[in-house]
Design a protein around this ligand. Structure first.
Ligand SMILES: [Zn+2]
Ligand SMILES: [Zn+2]
Length: 259
């Protein structure tokens, strides 16, 4: 098994070092892909970006069959070419594409913060989020896998923050079709996998991905600390199989099916 979404201290919000990742992945008998955050044009200058030269200088000697080097790139409409250039310039194993920031009425909002939700109801917020994601998967075609489609559910201030497929089926279908058209994977992010209800609700989206012709998923814990490396990834593999999808990891930008 492989955990395809792990943050180390090149990410603004993680202090994990690579030795801790290696130790945790050995203890769990899994492979690991480091995917530090690069959110170009983030609203606070210097946050959620890192020097990619330094990343490869520091980590290349650790690279092996079980420890691969990727990146989590923040997708937004104003950094497509910059991201694409970086994707070409460095020999990543894997590129995750994420929506962490949403453009709404000409301004950019962090989904993690409160401002984005003010003065809008859940439907307006979730439609803006999914519309932004749709635009991003169309334009940021250098990615290998779309990360955490349910990212907003972690932070949205509603008593029920789940994304119900039936409520947003048109937008979700468009997103899934764009991924399928480009032969991209979608990620099963296990951060919310402790919540059985959330997992059941998410399943409809992944089953739909399969119905529309989607084939592959990547699985990632999104660990920022060593104790979370590999969290629930085996359960996520079963989840993938139940949805008719194959779990893969990426090496040198190519998908490899996990047995
Ligand atoms: Zn993310
Ligand atoms: Zn992440």
């Amino acid at each position: 098994m492989f955990d395809c979404h792990i943050h180390t201290n090149f990410s603004t919000d993680s202090s994990m070092n690579i030795e801790e990742v290696i130790k945790a992945s050995r203890n769990n008998n899994i492979g690991a892909i480091i995917t530090d955050h690069l959110d170009i044009n983030y609203m606070i200058p210097g946050k959620f970006i890192f020097n990619v030269d330094d990343y490869f200088k520091k980590y290349s000697s650790y690279r092996n069959e079980k420890l691969l080097l990727g990146i989590e790139m923040g997708m937004r409409p104003d950094c497509i070419e910059e991201n694409r250039e970086i994707s070409k310039k460095y020999n990543f194993d894997f590129i995750l594409g994420s929506v962490h920031v949403v453009e709404s009425n000409g301004s950019y909002y962090d989904i993690y913060g409160n401002d984005f939700y003010e003065g809008k109801n859940k439907k307006e917020v979730y439609e803006a989020y999914l519309k932004c994601m749709l635009q991003c998967v169309r334009e940021h075609d250098y990615i290998d896998s779309l990360s955490h489609i349910d990212y907003i559910c972690r932070y949205a201030p509603y008593s029920d923050s789940n994304i119900y497929y039936d409520e947003y089926n048109e937008l979700i279908d468009e997103i899934l079709k764009e991924l399928i058209l480009r032969e991209k994977a979608i990620e099963i992010n296990t951060r919310r996998f402790e919540d059985k209800k959330a997992v059941a609700i998410l399943k409809k989206i992944y089953k739909r991905f399969n119905e529309l012709g989607g084939k592959i998923v990547t699985i990632g814990s999104d660990a920022h600390r060593s104790e979370n490396v590999g969290n629930n990834i085996h359960i996520a593999k079963e989840f993938a199989e139940e949805c008719g999808l194959k779990a893969v990891y990426f090496k040198e930008r190519k998908p490899i099916v996990l047995e």
